[in-house]
Design a binder for this molecule. Structure first.
Ligand code: BTN
Length: 251
């Protein structure tokens, strides 16, 4: 699908000293001009970062990676859009895994965790055209050099590793990894992606406590289905499928 197999992810970098949300900035840019595929919009000071489920994403200025990547995966049907969440989560996982060999997980759908603490998050916003993805804005927030957090269930790469990291070399490592995974996806290698995702999945195959609209229950995560729903086997053996927001991880 790519006639030009040179790297393009992260080749064009647009830097904003400060901005509200790089995802919103990407959206504005796309409506104003042609943007080359693989363009990254990055800021050192994101003031109004957005997360999934209408959450906010806060990041101390100059300490972390907060950026959005623009891709045109026009061959991906909307019902398969979870492939992009898997691609992004796995690319982050593989990148951080080079510094954190143990204890790193992808928490469904696409949070990055070290043990039971969140280290990064992903917010993907897709523009759709005739049941296919036209444009994907992949927003990534990773806690890298920040060492103090107001919440206790959050950590950073430097807190885990005990030293600071160079943000631009980490960005390059991550965009290179995304490029590799994206080319694999374009070639239809979704089995590899699914296998990698399952292997990294937080709480997979473990007996755990969850909460859904009916209340608390014990269950075991079996994986994720083709449309990205979490597949959980409940105590009574019944298999349940959850969309985002429909299930909470308890303990
Ligand atoms: C989440 O964990 O809920 C997702 C957080 C995503 C944060 C990133 S930071 C760069 C990009 N711009 C935003 O406004 N959000 C994403």
């Amino acid at each position: 699908k790519f006639s030009n197999l040179m790297s393009f992810v992260g080749e064009n970098i647009i830097y904003k000293a400060t901005c509200g949300s790089t995802n919103t900035e990407a959206m504005k840019l796309l409506s104003a001009e042609n943007v080359p595929e693989g363009t990254v919009i990055i800021t050192d000071n994101q003031t109004n970062g957005r997360g999934q489920r209408a959450n906010t994403w806060t990041s101390e200025p100059y300490k972390n990676l907060t950026f959005s990547l623009i891709l045109y995966p026009t061959w991906v049907m909307i019902q398969n859009s979870f492939l992009l969440n898997m691609l992004t989560a796995i690319s982050i996982y593989k990148t951080l895994n080079t510094y954190i060999p143990n204890g790193l997980f992808v928490k469904w759908p696409n949070d990055i965790y070290y043990q039971n603490k969140k280290i990064g998050g992903v917010l993907i916003e897709n523009l759709i055209n005739q049941n296919k993805i036209k444009t994907s804005i992949i927003g990534i927030g990773l806690n890298i050099n920040q060492t103090t957090f107001s919440l206790t269930n959050i950590t950073s790469l430097s807190l885990v590793c005990g030293h600071e990291f160079n943000l631009s070399s980490l960005l390059t490592q991550l965009t290179d990894t995304i490029q590799t995974e994206y080319v694999l996806l374009a070639q239809g290698e979704i089995d590899i992606l699914q296998k990698d995702y399952l292997a990294a999945l937080y709480w997979v195959y473990e007996q755990r406590t969850f909460q859904d609209k009916a209340g608390y229950f014990q269950g075991v995560i079996q994986g994720v289905d083709a449309i990205g729903r979490l597949v959980v086997q409940k105590e009574n053996g019944q298999i349940a499928y959850y969309e985002c927001k429909e299930i909470t991880f308890i303990a």
